[in-house]
Design a protein around this ligand. Sequence first.
Ligand SMILES: C[S@@+](CC[C@H](N)C(=O)[O-])C[C@H]1O[C@@H](n2cnc3c(N)ncnc32)[C@H](O)[C@@H]1O
Length: 319
Amino acid sequence: MALPDGQRKGLISALKRKQKHLRPWANRHRIECYRVFDCEAGDLPLQIDLYGNHLHVCEIERSNEGSTAYGQDWRSEAAQTAAATLGIRSDRVFTKLRPKRARGEQHRKQSDRSYCVTVTESGLQFEINLSDYLDTGLFLDHRITRGMVADMSDGARVLNLFSYTGAFSVYAAAGGAISTTSVDLSAGYLEWAKRNMRSNGLLDIGFHKFEQMCVFDFLSRAAEHGDRWDIIVLDPPTFSNSRSMSRTMDIRRDHPELIKQCYGMLAKDGVLVFSTNARSFYLNQRFLKDLKPKNLTNETIPEDFARSRPHRTWLFTAT
Ligand SMILES: C[S@@+](CC[C@H](N)C(=O)[O-])C[C@H]1O[C@@H](n2cnc3c(N)ncnc32)[C@H](O)[C@@H]1O
C-alpha cells in the first residue's frame, strides 16, 4: 500500500520534533550514528537510524498472524519521506522489513550487494554494511556500554563473548587492553571484527585473538586451562541454535549458568558486563544474589533509546 497522507505528515512532524532535541545532543557529543525514530507513533512501526550521511529504515512486523506489514511501497515512501526531512540523499537510504521471528528462526540475508561504509564512533572507525543483513554491524544502543568497557580496559585482559563484529573488542583495545579475545561462531563476523581492529591501527598493538567457536565450548576449554580475564563482556543473542552448536541457547533460561561460569573466570577485582536485549527478561536474582549484581541499565541507555530502552545491563565484580 502507499503511505497515506496522514502518516506522511505524522512522520515528518515527529522527525522534526525529535531532531530538534537529538541533533544538538548528537553534535555536542560528536555522535554521527544514532536512532532518530523508534516506533514513536503507533501506526508508524519504524526504526530509523542515521549512520553519518546514510539512513537505515526498518519496518517492524507487528504480529505473526496474517499480513501485518504495510509492505515494500509503504516502506519506500516512508523511507524517502524520512530522508527528505533529514536531508539525506535518496540513494543513501536502505529499507528493510524486520520480521517477527518464530523461536530460534534466523534472520535471512537481505542481499549480496555489500554496500559498506565506514562510520566513526568516539573517534573509532567501524565498517557497517547497510544492504546485506538486518543488522548493520554496530548496535547503536550499546554506545555508552562500549565506552564504559574502554574506560576500564587499560592494562586489562578482555574477553568478548558473542563478539559479532568486535565493537567491544575495538573499544577495549583502544582503551589500552593488553589482550582481547573475541569469540563468535561466525567466521565472517570474526573477519569483520579483524577489519575493524585493523582499520583503527589496533591489530598489532597488544595481543588480539579471534576464536571461531561456540561460547559454551570455549568456556569449558578455558575452565580446563584455568584461564582468567580482567574484563568479560557477555552480550549474547536472545536465542541461538546454530547447527554448529551442541545445544541451544535461550538467554532467559541459560543466563545464570553462563554468568556463573564467566564470573568464575574473572581475575581478582575483575568485572563481568552482562547485557541482554531479551524482552521480558528477569535476572535470576535468587541464583545470582551472592555475586551482587549491579544494575547498570539506566547508566547505559543512551539519549536516542531513552524511550524504547532495548537492553538491560548488569555489572558483576569479582572479590
Ligand atoms: C546479537 S550479536 C552479539 C552482539 C555483540 N555482543 C555486539 O555488541 O556487537 C549475536 C552474535 O552471537 C553469535 N553467536 C550466536 N550463538 C553463538 C554461540 N553459541 N557461540 C558463539 N557465538 C554465537 C552470532 O554469530 C552473532 O555474531
